[in-house]
Structure formats: C-alpha cells, structure tokens
Design a binder for this molecule. Structure first.
Ligand SMILES: Nc1ncnc2c1ncn2[C@@H]1O[C@H](COP(=O)(O)OP(=O)(O)OP(=O)(O)O)[C@@H](O)[C@H]1O
Length: 566
C-alpha cells in the first residue's frame, strides 16, 4: 500500500526509542513522566466496547482491535491486525475549499508484530511508590535492524489513560506475544567471570539481563568458579525445565558449554559418552553472548560482536541448526567443537597459554609474532574423506615433493591422503568470521552445509606465508597461492610424525612406541581452546547437531581492522 510506511523510530522523533539499557530507560522514563515532561498530548479515551474485531476495508488483514491512542504528539486511529499494528493521525475536518491534499500527507504507519518482543502498561511514577501510579498508556518494545547485522531495541508509546481500554489492548498484545513459537521463557545462563578483561559479568548485567527482564524471560544464572565448571554443571544439572542455555564469554568458554551440552545429550540418550559414534542432537539451543578476547563463534552467528544483538536474537527465538565436529583419538571422544587448527594456529595458542600473565591482546600479538619468527612446519600424514572426489586445489604446485603427492588410500574411492611438511592445517565446520577476517577463516564452508573446510598450507617461505595471512583481512582470495589447498570434507585423520614416524604406521617394539607417545604431545587449537594430543586425531563432521541462536547475516565489508602484528 503506497501510503503506508514501516515505522522507524528515527523518522518519528517523539516515539520513544530507548537507549543502551532498557532497565535504566524504564526508570528514567518513569521519572520523566512523574515530572510531567513527556506527557502525551491530548490523550483520547475510548471505551473497550469500541474495540471489536472486524474486516479491514482496505485490505485482507482481519482487524482484531481498533481504538484511539496518542502516538507521539498526535491522536491516532490505531488498528491491531493479525500481523501488524497500524496507526494514522486523526485530522480535524477541514472547511470546504481547503486543500484536500493535506490529508494525504498524514501517512499511515505500521509495525510488524513479529518484531515486537515486550508490552508493558506505562504508568506515571509516584514518589516513594514502586507500583501503581496513574496510567499513561501502553508501551510496545520492538527489535529493529540497525545496519550491518546489528539489532537494537526500541519502543513505541500508545497513550491512553483508560484502564479498561488499555487492559483489552495489553491482554491481546500479550496473547500475540505468547503465540510466537521458539521464543524462550526460561533460560540457563552460564557466565565466565574471567573472560577477556573480566567484563563478562557486567556485559550480562548491563546489556543483556535488562532485555531478558523486559521480555519476561526467567533466568537461572551460574557464574563459573573454575575452568571446567560449566562442563560439570551441564553434565549433572536438570536441564528439562529450560528452553535454552546461554553462555557469556569468549570462544574457549563457548566451546566448553557447547561440548557440555552435546556430551549431556549423549549421556541422556545412551548412558555414556561413547567412542566414535553417531551423536544425538543437543536437546536445547545455545545462545552466545560475546564477552571474550576472541569471539569467532558469536561473530560467525551474528555477523558482529555485539551483546545486544546476540541477546535480541535469543529473545526473538531466531536459531538455526549448526554443523559440529567430533575430535577423537583411538576411537575415544576427546571433544565436540566447531573448528580446529594444527600447526601455526595451535603453536601460537600454546605459546599464548604459557604467557597467561600478559594482557590478552598483547598475549595474542606476542604469540603470533614469536610463532612467526620461529616458523616451523609439521611433518604429518593427512587422510581425508572428500565430499566430491575432485580436490579443489587452487593451483598445481610444481614444486611439490614426491611424498607430498595426493594418492588414494583405503578401500573407499573418496579417501585421499597426503604426507609432508605443513605450516598449518585448518579443519572448520563453520566459516569462522572475525573482525580481522570478515569473509571468515574458512569462507568455503557454511554454518550448516554438511561439509567441513580442510585448508592445508604447505611449507613455504616466511614472506609468502605472511602474504597469505594478510589476505584474510582483505577480499583477495587468501587461498590463491600455490602452497595452499582447500577441500570440502566430511572426515579427516591427522597423524603427526615424530622423527618421521607416524604412530599409526608404527610397527616397532613397545619401548619405542612408548617413547613416541610420551615425548611428543601436539597442541591443537579447538575453537580457541588448547587441546594436547599425542596420537592421531580423527575429526568427523556431524551435520546440524546443535541449534545456535542467531540470524541470517549480511555479507561483511572488507576489514578495516588490520592485524596489528602483521
Ligand atoms: N571461573 C573460571 N576461572 C578460570 N577459567 C575459567 C572459568 N570459567 C571458565 N574458564 C575457562 O576460561 C577459558 C577462556 O575463557 P573465554 O574463552 O571465555 O575467554 P577469552 O578471554 O576469550 O579467552 P582467553 O582468556 O583464552 O583469551 C575457557 O577455556 C573456560 O573454560
């Protein structure tokens, strides 16, 4: 309809748009009202009998309620249909001969009810009283897009001082709100108070909790006391009464919570965590509030590191199934995770962990620079099951050594293997977006496309490797190097060699085998968390194993943040 416009708070100055903290906003709003500063202009009254369901003459939408409210400074004819709230200013009748076109300038505005996440009765705050106060109308809280993947909360006031009238509207709006499927009512919140600069607790209490309260979401909050606390909790806690779990922290903590949820699902389904198996899906969706020094999983889900956006996705019940990997060794499950790196990425993490006393950003830069300075390749054997049998090699590498050639192994046609020296091997089930890699560390996979990206960086010069790393921040193809190969895979087995011997290949005596497993422990970077394993690691993809709160994100622009240390 040409004369209808979607409500946006920026276009309508008065219609209240709240600031950072809605809770703070409520208090302020009540205080302002008690001083009589923002009272709506003439507040019309309307009897509840006027509120009847009837067919909208202008469209097919059934009108559920119709009444008069003050919106901004104008009295408006407001209609509630099954999917929208529509309002049009009521204009005084003009004497004949006056410009009739003026009427057309008063456009109808609307908001989609699917964007609404809370409704409250608005009352004038009385000094000393916490409850009650003169009724001013109804406030509807909505979730709006705020450019580049960000969401923000906003509010619209419908002014009317009739208790009966507002009560009818309030109940109907509440009924509509309660009818949205997937919106959580009760959440288990787990906070890592040590994330980044120890701000996870304040991020939750200042930016997230007020929104959950506004949306009438009940919460049960645990602030972890030690590493592994979240895992213990998730293994034993009665999760049945919850609609979802929310973790507040960085990537390492997200991994611990996702792992805990998935482990719990296996325990519930079969009484053990099992070995290599077909895992069952996590029973509850997981929300991730970014508050860590690295927030790649949250960034990949939301396209931005913004706790309010993450909270609003949870409130609105936006979630999607996401692929997960299992990491196992000798048929024993090590953990669940979304992404992993072996080589440069894991060595840098291991060095950063050794220097935990440093502030987190310095620690990361220091570790990257030191690992680059001592750049070293890993000799290992890689076997992988490709999705299509054709490898997506970026360019044929004429310098490839004989023992690095791809050749088919095992009985299956699709299993391939390569042996050689690799600077880094990434195995990622999700694209792993971050501010420094806006297209992702693995743009060749999606959140739930049933494939993992295997990115193999062969041995090359220091300068060429840095060039490859720098490409992640740009829109140039970071894989367009002769020493980089990418594959879409479903399984990977990576066996590091010690003195050229891979444990899997070893057929010697026990003594040497013992030496092999005790002396050489290899670091893995699993979702930013350090995992140390001596033997072959088997990584399998499990499509859509967990639901994560988050929306469909827009493509990001080229990174403006360059890595400070490269
Ligand atoms: N109360 C706690 N005390 C110490 N460590 C904890 C606690 N709760 C969780 N952890 C662990 O802290 C690790 C890092 O947490 P998280 O990922 O939230 O922070 P980060 O700032 O992104 O990471 P990092 O400190 O590694 O840079 C996780 O492995 C998590 O298991």
């Amino acid at each position: 309809m040409s004369d209808r416009t979607l409500y946006t708070p920026s276009r309508r100055g008065k219609v209240q748009a709240w600031g950072r903290s809605p809770e703070e906003g409520t208090e302020k709003w009540e205080r302002e009202m008690s001083c009589g500063q923002t009272a709506s202009s003439p507040v019309p009254r309307c009897s509840p009998q006027a509120a009847v369901a009837r067919e909208d003459s202008g469209g097919s939408q059934r009108v559920l309620l119709r009444g008069i409210f003050a919106v901004g400074k104008q009295s408006c004819d407001v209609q509630l249909t099954e999917s929208r709230l529509v309002w049009r200013p009521i204009l005084p009748e003009r004497p004949l001969g006056e410009d009739l076109n003026l009427n057309h300038q008063q456009k109808e505005e609307f908001l989609d009810l699917k964007d609404m996440f809370a409704v409250k009765m608005k009352r004038r705050c009385c000094a000393g009283k916490h409850k009650g106060g003169t009724l001013l109308g109804i406030t509807i809280f909505i979730c709006l897009r705020k450019g580049h993947n960000k969401l923000k909360d906003s509010a619209i006031d419908l002014g009317n001082t009739s208790e009966d009238h507002c009560d009818v509207w309030f109940k109907k709006l509440k009924e509509i709100l309660n009818g949205f499927p997937h919106r959580p009512k009760y959440l288990k919140i787990i906070i890592n108070p040590h994330s980044h600069k120890r701000e996870a607790t304040s991020v939750y209490s200042e930016e997230v909790e007020p929104l959950f309260k506004l949306a009438d979401i009940q919460t049960d909050v645990t602030i972890t006391e030690y590493e592994g606390h979240a895992l213990c909790l998730l293994k034993e806690f009665n999760l049945q009464e919850f609609d979802g779990v929310v973790c507040v922290g960085g990537d390492g903590f997200t991994n611990e919570v996702a792992h805990g949820l998935l482990l719990r699902a296996q325990l519930d389904a079969r009484g053990s965590t099992g070995s290599v198996f077909n895992p069952v899906k996590a029973s509850l969706p997981l929300g991730i509030i970014p508050a860590g020094s690295t927030n790649i999983t949250a960034y990949t889900l939301h396209g931005v590191k913004h706790p309010v956006t993450a909270a609003l996705h949870i409130i609105m019940g936006h979630f999607q199934p996401v692929d997960v990997c299992t990491f196992s060794t000798n048929d024993r499950l090590l953990r669940f995770g979304f992404s992993s790196m072996f080589g440069f990425g894991s060595r840098a993490l291991a060095l950063a962990e050794k220097n935990r006393w440093m502030p987190s950003s310095q620690r990361r830069d220091f570790a990257v620079l030191r690992t680059l300075a001592k750049l070293k390749s890993e000799n290992c054997t890689l076997s992988f099951l490709t999705v299509s049998s054709t490898p997506q090699v970026s360019k044929p590498d004429k310098r490839k050594k004989k023992n690095e050639q791809i050749h088919k192994v095992d009985n299956s046609e699709q299993w391939q293997s390569m042996k050689g020296n690799f600077l880094n091997v990434s195995i990622m089930a999700i694209p792993c977006l971050c501010s420094m890699a806006p297209r992702g560390l693995a743009p060749n996979t999606k959140l739930n496309d049933g494939t993992m990206a295997l990115i193999v960086v062969r041995n090359t010069s220091h300068a060429e490797f840095v060039k490859h790393l720098k490409r992640y921040a740009s829109f140039q193809n970071q894989f367009d190097f002769s020493f980089v190969e990418t594959y879409s895979v479903q399984e990977v087995k990576l066996c590091p060699s010690t003195n050229g011997v891979c444990e899997r290949d070893y057929e010697g005596g026990n003594k040497d085998l013992q030496a092999l497993s005790t002396e050489a422990i290899f670091p893995w970077n699993v979702d930013g968390d350090l995992m140390e394993v001596a033997s072959e690691v088997h990584i399998r993809l499990h499509p859509q194993l967990i639901n994560l709160y988050g929306g469909i994100i827009e493509e990001l622009e080229e990174s403006k943040i360059k890595c400070s240390c490269l």
